[in-house]
Design a protein around this ligand. Sequence first.
Ligand code: 5AD
Length: 359
Amino acid sequence: MNRSDILYWLCENRPEKLPKLWQWANRVRRENAGGEIHLRGLIEISNHCVRQCAYCGLRHDNRNLERYRMNKMEIMESVRKAVHLGFGTIVLQAGEDPGITSEWMADLIRRIKSETSLAVALNLGERNERELAIWRQAGADRYLLRFESSNQKLYQKYHPARPFQTGDRFDLLRVLKKLRYEVGSGIMIGLPGQTFDSLIRDIQLLKELELDMVAVGPYIINPETPLGKSWAEHLARPEFQVPNSDEMAYKTMAVTRIICPLSNIPVTTATASVGGRDGLEVGLGRGANVFMPNLTPANYRCKYRIYPSKSRFSVDDFDSLSHLRFRIKKLGRRLGEGRGDSKRYVAEIKRSIFQELIS
Ligand code: 5AD
C-alpha cells in the first residue's frame, strides 16, 4: 500500500466499500499471522505516574484518582492465575512510576521466569537503557512503548517532557531492538489536531520500525484531563482532522495489518471500549490476532482509569474464559497455545542463528 492507497482507505466511508478492506485485512492476517488468537493476561501493577500527558487519567496532577502499587505477593497471585487459566503471556503495565525500581522489577521478573514458563511483556513507560538492559537480563521478553504520534509538534504539545530529560521514544525503541526484546509500539487515532497526513506518516513508521506488536486505539475523551476539558479548541480544520471514532480505529488497524503482515496486533482496550458489545469480534475480523483480558484484581482495576468507561473485559475464572472460548469458536478461530511470539521475531531469530552457524 502506498501513501495514496492508505489515504484512500482512511477516508473511505461508504458502507458498501468498507467490507473489501475488512476482508483484505482478515485474509492477510490469516495467511501471515495464522488463525490463532493469542491471549495476554494484563496486570496493571501500578497507577502512579510522574508524567503529565494531557489526555491520560493517570497523569501526575490528576488528584481525583486514588493511587496504588501492587506488592509482589499480589502480583504473583495474578501471575499464578494466568498460568492456571492457560495463558502463555502476561503483560505487566503501569504508569511511569519511579517507585518501580530497576532492582524491584528485576527480582519480580526473575521470580516469574523461575516459577512459570510465561512470556513476560513490560509496558512501564520511558525507562533508561540501563534499566531496560537489567530487565532483559532478568528474563523479560517483550517491551511495549507507543510513540502515539510521530508529529513532533503534536507529540510535544500533549507530552510535556520531564524537567532536564529529553525522552525520545524512537531512540528508546532502537535501544529495545538492540537489547533483543520483542518490541511493540503504537499510535492513538483521532487526537485533536491529528491530521490524515500525520496519521499516514505514523502508519508508515509502524512498518519502518519492524515491530513485533502494533497497537492502535482511538483517543477517548477523559473529562478529568486538560485535553478532555478543551479538546474542541485543539481540533484541526474539519477536512483534515482524523475522527476518534471506532470506525476510524478499525480502518487504521486493518491498513496496519495489511502493511505489517507478520506483526501481532491486538484489539486494544480502547477499541473494545468504544466498539460496543461485539467490539472484540469486530476487531478480530479486521486484522487483529491478539486480545488482552484484564487480570488485575478488581479492587485495583477500577483505579486504573486512563479514560472513563474503560472496557471491563476480564477473564479471571474458568467461566469467563470458557465464554471467551465460545465467542472465539463462533468466529471459526481458536485460542493459541504457548507464548505466541510474533512471526516476525521468530523469523529474525532463525535468521540470526543461521548467520551464526555459517560464519
Ligand atoms: N484515550 C485513549 N487512549 C489513552 N491512553 C491513555 N489515555 C488515553 C485516552 N484518553 C493510552 C495511551 C497510552 C496507554 C497507556 O493508554 O496510548 O500509551
